[in-house]
Write a protein that binds this ligand. Structure first.
Ligand SMILES: *Cc1c(COP(=O)(O)O)cnc(C)c1O
Length: 388
């Protein structure tokens, strides 16, 4: 098979480390649902899901039925899948058939779930997502009485598997009061359902930031994305964790390990005399006689154009600068100071080589993109390789 111009390596031991870290934070009780939306935050569902299963994960959350289908294609038969976002009415029967649970945020969806369940001959597993203040999706309180009546009446076909909500920015202290209001409301609402005799199997609200900064949000299940991939949702969340950790080394150390490493190879090298412009246009002019290397990765392959003249990569254990504009399929780096770089040398775009590391965070800060965005934009077709 013809090779892609870069490869993404996933490190199983790093993921296991992160799973263990979360488990220590949440204790025995809550289900750990690994959030694998957006192609497992760019890590690649196909390679990632079986690897996560080997680390003990038995529950995955996705944003759409389409992503659920991708997980289903590679997961073990008894693994649970939950759709937190979009599922079209015509796909509900498919979800029921495959035991895939889904969020319900509109009353009319209950009826559709019930119809589909009858068609398939098996109960639909629904998670009622309630509006607590994020003002995105979420069932309005005014619809609860109807929903409660419906759920009681159609128990046989609609299983009340979850009651849930999502916080509006638990990673930032700016949102502290808003999150507090949401935490109070989910309690009021769950009591309202319970008073009517409806107890969900799982009550769940926490994402990565919430489970760290608001441990009371952990409840029966946590939906964890970014932490499991080895990144903090924000600096604040890391600081909050540190304040709750013993002083000294343990406090200073980052307990998370990055799972991803993204690498390519030098395509060609050449000398450029002082005064010449490099690449398209005039954004970079050689201020000295230089030696450059080209790397066959550009913005079409997930290396943001905003990293033009800004990004860094690692070659031969040294950090080198991206010069000129990032092209669609190519970037140029300055190797003047590194001896002996040759065509075929490894180029690390994200990750570690020896003692030097390019973190997504530093890459992300440079380009004003969050870890979340940068990772999730890594293209689907770059091959993923799992290492122990
Ligand atoms: C993405 C998402 C999560 C996980 O968020 P992280 O910050 O990556 O842990 C949890 N719940 C919902 C509803 C989400 O959309």
């Amino acid at each position: 098979m013809v090779k892609h111009s870069s490869r993404i390596e996933l490190k199983q031991s790093a993921y296991k480390n992160n799973v263990n870290f979360i488990r220590k934070k949440i204790g025995e009780h809550p289900i750990l649902s690994a959030v694998v939306k957006a192609n497992a935050y760019g890590h690649g569902i196909e390679a990632f899901v079986p690897m996560a299963e080997k680390c003990g994960v038995k529950h995955f959350s996705v944003a759409s039925a389409f992503e659920a289908e991708e997980v289903l294609a590679v997961c073990k038969p008894d693994t649970e899948i939950m759709i937190m976002g979009i599922i079209y009415k015509e796909d509900i029967a498919w979800a029921v058939e495959h035991n895939i649970s889904f969020f319900v945020y509109n009353y009319d969806r209950l009826d559709a779930a019930c119809q589909a369940a009858k068609e398939v001959g098996k109960a639909a597993k629904v998670h009622i997502e309630v509006e607590t203040g994020a003002n995105r999706t979420g069932m309005q309180a005014s619809e609860f009485p109807k929903a409660i009546t419906f759920l009681k009446k159609h128990k046989e076909f609609v299983e009340f598997e979850g009651l849930c909500t999502h916080y509006a920015g638990a990673e930032s202290i700016t949102n502290y009061l808003r999150i507090q209001d949401q935490i109070k409301l989910i309690d009021v609402y769950s009591k309202q359902f319970e008073a009517a005799g409806l107890v969900p199997k799982y009550k769940h609200t926490a994402c990565s930031a919430a489970l760290i900064s608001y441990p009371e949000t952990q409840m029966d299940m946590v939906r964890v994305g970014i932490l499991l991939y080895g990144y903090w949702p924000s600096k604040e969340t890391f600081i909050f964790h540190q304040r709750n950790t013993k002083k000294g080394l343990e406090r200073a150390k980052d307990p998370l390990k990055r799972v991803i490493r993204w690498a390519s190879k030098v395509m060609s090298t050449k000398d450029v005399p002082m005064g010449e412009f490099i690449g398209y246009g005039t954004s970079y002019q050689a201020a000295k006689n230089m030696r450059i290397a080209t790397v066959p990765v550009g913005y079409a392959y997930g290396f943001a154009r905003s990293l033009s003249n800004q990004g860094r990569v690692i070659i031969r254990g040294k950090r080198v600068a991206v010069i000129g504009t990032i092209n669609m399929n190519l970037l140029v780096v300055d190797i003047t100071e590194i001896k002996g770089v040759e065509k075929g040398d490894e180029v690390v775009l994200i990750g570690r080589e020896g003692k030097v590391q390019i973190t997504v965070a530093s890459f992300g800060e440079l380009s004003n993109q969050l870890n979340y965005e940068l990772l999730s934009r890594l293209p689907f077709d770059i091959p993923r390789i799992v290492n122990s």
